[in-house]
Design a protein around this ligand. Structure first.
Ligand code: PMP
Length: 399
């Protein structure tokens, strides 16, 4: 194997107790490993400071309420929004379902359509269908980015909503959100951005991006599972009916009539994932301490190395653009990606193999499935070397 050129090391693997020495974890796009400060925040939340929020009259609960709301402010600061525009949800999937149910479904008129792209995750396709919409699909460019020229040509007043991934979970292609938002708004459409794969690797400022809704999951951002964020423009959230009914989301309840709390509380029925919010707060602190610019530079360098090294192997076909963000999808000619994944696992390299919850994209790529390596702050050149050694072994076994 050719020597790989040096990339700027972040050297963060020591922060991650669940990554043993010699294990190349290349599945961050599915879920990120957790750094010690996040694990500590969760342990403190349950082991020292635990109580419910918003209801208790005792000091511990008042303190926990302050910590929960501080987490919301931290999220808002992280993405450039206001606190009361940030709704805690279970994850991106729930956030999109919330918008589909509370914003899209009640507004649907005959002939209304939703505009998606060819590379969307199933969670950014199915909820719109369930809300009763027909979908139109923006195609991809030759290098597998969402084709915004095509989008501009095909969008029309029938499109009530545009919903696009900021970064593709399969290809790593990065969307020019600002331009997509301008195109959407030019026909009066509302635009939702699925930021799942963007927030762990790019600085995000929802105000500068000009989108209307932005969603992400905490567990891909080095935080806990079961917590995520729906950011929505205040005036949009204000107009939306609740998604679920129950405790906390009300103003006044009687058997004759119930009135609802203002956003974001209106959308947080029931006891929330209190400690999840604390863990997400710690995750954002962790990521911002390293700096998203540094993370982006690091992952970009890793992607470049991986693409170059894999590209030198004859039977490997790479997907996605050269400058993809933190994610490289590929196939090894004649070998099913599951076999690639199994052989790599024997070599202590963890990748994802499958359709990545993006079956329409697989169809467009002409692949049943792909192998996907995705990077995080704990990865280094040694992981790419292990990946490439593993792929070389795959080609020897199947060659
Ligand atoms: N969108 C994208 C682009 C994703 O990568 C994922 C997770 N694979 C989701 C949405 C759904 O996220 P979650 O399963 O955390 O709700």
């Amino acid at each position: 194997m050719t020597m790989l050129t040096a990339t700027r090391p972040l050297d963060r693997v020591a922060d991650f107790p669940a990554i043993p020495a010699g294990w190349a974890y290349l599945d961050t796009a599915a879920t990120a490993q957790k750094p010690q400060p996040v694990i500590d925040a969760i342990a403190r939340g349950y082991g020292e400071t635990y109580a419910t929020v918003h209801r208790g009259v005792y000091q511990r609960s008042a303190d926990m309420t302050l910590a929960y709301e501080a987490a919301r402010r931290r999220v808002a600061g992280f993405i450039g929004g206001q606190s009361d525009e940030c709704v805690f949800v279970r994850g991106a999937t729930e956030a999109i379902n919330l918008v589909a149910h509370s914003w899209a479904a009640p507004r649907r008129q005959p002939g209304d359509r939703v505009l998606l792209s060819q590379l969307e995750h199933h969670s950014n396709i199915v909820p719109w269908q369930m809300a009763g919409y027909e979908v139109d699909v923006v195609p991809l460019t030759a290098d597998h980015c969402i084709d915004l020229d095509a989008m501009a040509a095909m969008i029309g007043p029938q499109h009530k909503l545009v919903a696009l991934a900021h970064v593709s979970n399969v290809l790593g292609s990065v969307l020019d959100v600002q331009r997509a938002a301008e195109i959407a708004h030019s026909v009066g459409a509302t635009i939702l951005i699925d930021g799942c794969q963007a927030v762990p690797r790019l600085p995000v400022d929802v105000a500068a991006l000009g989108c209307d809704f932005y969603v992400f999951s905490g567990h891909k951002l080095y935080g806990p599972t079961g917590i995520g964020v729906l950011w929505g423009r205040a005036d949009l959230l204000e107009q939306m009916p609740p998604y679920q009914g129950g405790g906390s989301m009300i103003d006044k309840v009687s058997f004759a009539r119930t009135t609802y709390a203002p956003p974001p509380t209106r959308f947080e029925a029931g006891t929330p994932h209190i400690v999840g919010a604390l863990g997400l707060h710690a995750a954002i602190d962790y990521v911002e301490e390293i700096g998203l610019a540094a993370i982006h530079a690091h992952e970009t360098a890793l992607v470049r190395e991986a693409r170059e090294a894999l590209g030198r192997i004859n039977s490997v076909r790479l997907f996605g653009p050269e400058d993809s963000a933190g994610i490289v999808s590929f196939e090894v000619g004649g070998v099913h990606p599951h076999d690639v994944g199994t052989i790599l696992d024997e070599a202590k390299v963890a990748i994802r193999a499958g359709h990545h919850c993006a079956q329409p994209l697989m169809e467009a790529l002409g692949a049943e499935a792909t192998a996907r390596a995705s990077f995080g702050v704990y990865n280094g050149l040694q992981d790419i070397e292990a990946l490439v050694r593993g792929i070389e072994r795959v080609t020897r076994i199947f060659g």
